[in-house]
Design a protein around this ligand. Structure first.
Ligand code: P6P
Length: 338
C-alpha cells in the first residue's frame, strides 16, 4: 500500500470506526478505548504547551520505581491517563513506567478484555529545556477475554507480537499521534484550534536504508567491542560516499524513532557496562515502538532476536534496542554476529 496523503478531514474517531471492519471482534470497544486515550493525550498536550507558564516544571519530591526523580509533568501525564482510562469498562489492568506494581481498575468500575501498557512521558529529562517529549502506548487483549475480573501480571507479560494496537504521541513542533492496529501505520496531526487529531499520513512505509544513525556516543567506551567496530565502520569514509553516516540524537527515544520512521536509518540503545540489559523498557517502550516500525517495513532486535518475540518476565525489564530500516539493522547484525 503506497503512502497516501489524506485529502479528507478524517478524525481519529472516524478512522477507528472505518478500521472497525478490520477487527469485527472489536465490537466498538476499541473505539471507546482510543477515544478516551486521545482525550487524555489532549490534556497532556495542553499542559506541555503551557509548561513554561504554569508551575508544572521541575521535580516532585517523589522517586519512581527506578530511583529516578519524578518530574511534575511525568506525574501529571501518568495520573491523567489513568483517570481517563480507569472507568470505561474496557480495560482489566494497566502497567506503566511510573507505577511499580500493576495499576488496578478501581473496584467500582467494570473490567473489560483489554490491557493498556504505557510510558506517560518519555524523554522527561528534556522537559525543562523545551525539547521534544513523547507518550508511548500499547494495547493487548487479556489472555482470557471472557473474564471480567482484574487483569493479572500474565496479561501484561505478553510478547510484543501479541499487541492489538500500539503507537506513540510526539509533542514536538506539532503534536502527532502515530499508531497501528496491525494493518499499516497511520499518522495523525493535532489541530489545537479544533481539538482534533486529523489523519495526515496513511500506511506510512519507511525507507529501506539511510546513512543516519542515532546513539549516545558518550557511552562508546562502555560498549562491547563488536558494537564499537560497527560504530567505527559507519564513521569511516567509503569510496561510494555512503559513509560516514550522520549522527542524529535527541535523547528522547520517541523523537529519535519518529525521525528514523520517516527518514530511515537506525536508533540504538545497546547494553553497556552501566546498563547490562540496555536502558529502555521492553513492555512499554521497546515493544510498542517495534510494533510500529515493523508495520512500516523496518526491523527491531535486541541483538539476538526480534524485540516482539521476547517473552517478558517482569513489567519493568529493560532490553537492548536496535530499531530502524531493514538494511541498516541487517548491516549492524553482521557485526554483532561476527
Ligand atoms: P541517555 C529518556 O530519558 C530515555 O529514557 C529515552 O527516551 C532516551 O532514548 C534515553 O533515555 C536517553 O538516554 O543515556 O542517552 O541519556
Amino acid at each position: 500500500m503506497a503512502v497516501q496523503s489524506s485529502p479528507k478531514l478524517i478524525t481519529i474517531d472516524r478512522h477507528i470506526n472505518e478500521e472497525q471492519d478490520l477487527h469485527p471482534e472489536a465490537t466498538g470497544e476499541f473505539t471507546f478505548l482510543l477515544h478516551d486515550f486521545t482525550f487524555a493525550i489532549r490534556l497532556i498536550e495542553r499542559e506541555i504547551r503551557r509548561a513554561g507558564l504554569t508551575d508544572i516544571l521541575g521535580l516532585t519530591e517523589n522517586m519512581n520505581v527506578h530511583g529516578e526523580a519524578v518530574r511534575k509533568l511525568d506525574q501529571f501525564a501518568y495520573e491523567v491517563i489513568y483517570r481517563a482510562m480507569d472507568h470505561n469498562g474496557n480495560l482489566c489492568v494497566m502497567a506503566c513506567e511510573e507505577s511499580k506494581d500493576l495499576m488496578k481498575i478501581p473496584e467500582r468500575y467494570p473490567k473489560g478484555k483489554y490491557v493498556l501498557v504505557f510510558d506517560p512521558l518519555d524523554g522527561s529529562s528534556n522537559i525543562d529545556v523545551n525539547i521534544t517529549l513523547g507518550t508511548i502506548f500499547g494495547f493487548y487483549k487479556r489472555l482470557d477475554p471472557t473474564l471480567r475480573t482484574d487483569g493479572t501480571e500474565e496479561d501484561v507479560l505478553q510478547p510484543g507480537r501479541k499487541l492489538v494496537a500500539a503507537g506513540y504521541v510526539l509533542y514536538g513542533s506539532s503534536t502527532v499521534m502515530v499508531y497501528t492496529t496491525g494493518h499499516g501505520v497511520n499518522v495523525f496531526t493535532y489541530d489545537p484550534t479544533v481539538g482534533e487529531f486529523l489523519l495526515t499520513k496513511r500506511h506510512l512505509k519507511m525507507p529501506k536504508w539511510n546513512n543516519q544513525y542515532s546513539v549516545n556516543e558518550g557511552h562508546y567506551y562502555k560498549w562491547d567491542s563488536k558494537f564499537q567496530k560497527y560504530i567505527d565502520f559507519i564513521k569511516t569514509p567509503s569510496p561510494d560516499k555512503k559513509r560516514p553516516y550522520s549522527l542524529r540524537y535527541v535523547g528522547t527515544a520517541v523523537a529519535d524513532v519518529h525521525r528514523v520512521l520517516h527518514y530511515g536509518g537506525i536508533f540504538m540503545y545497546p547494553a553497556d557496562k552501566s546498563h547490562p540489559n540496555g536502558k529502555l523498557r521492553l513492555i512499554y517502550e521497546a515493544n510498542p515502538l517495534s510494533f510500529v516500525i515493523e508495520q512500516a517495513g523496518g526491523k527491531a532486535t535486541n541483538g539476538e532476536i526480534d524485540i516482539l518475540d521476547i517473552v517478558p518476565t517482569s513489567i519493568h525489564q529493560r532490553t537492548p534496542l536496535f530499531i530502524g530500516s531493514e538494511d541498516n539493522v541487517n548491516e549492524l547484525m553482521e557485526f554483532l554476529n561476527s
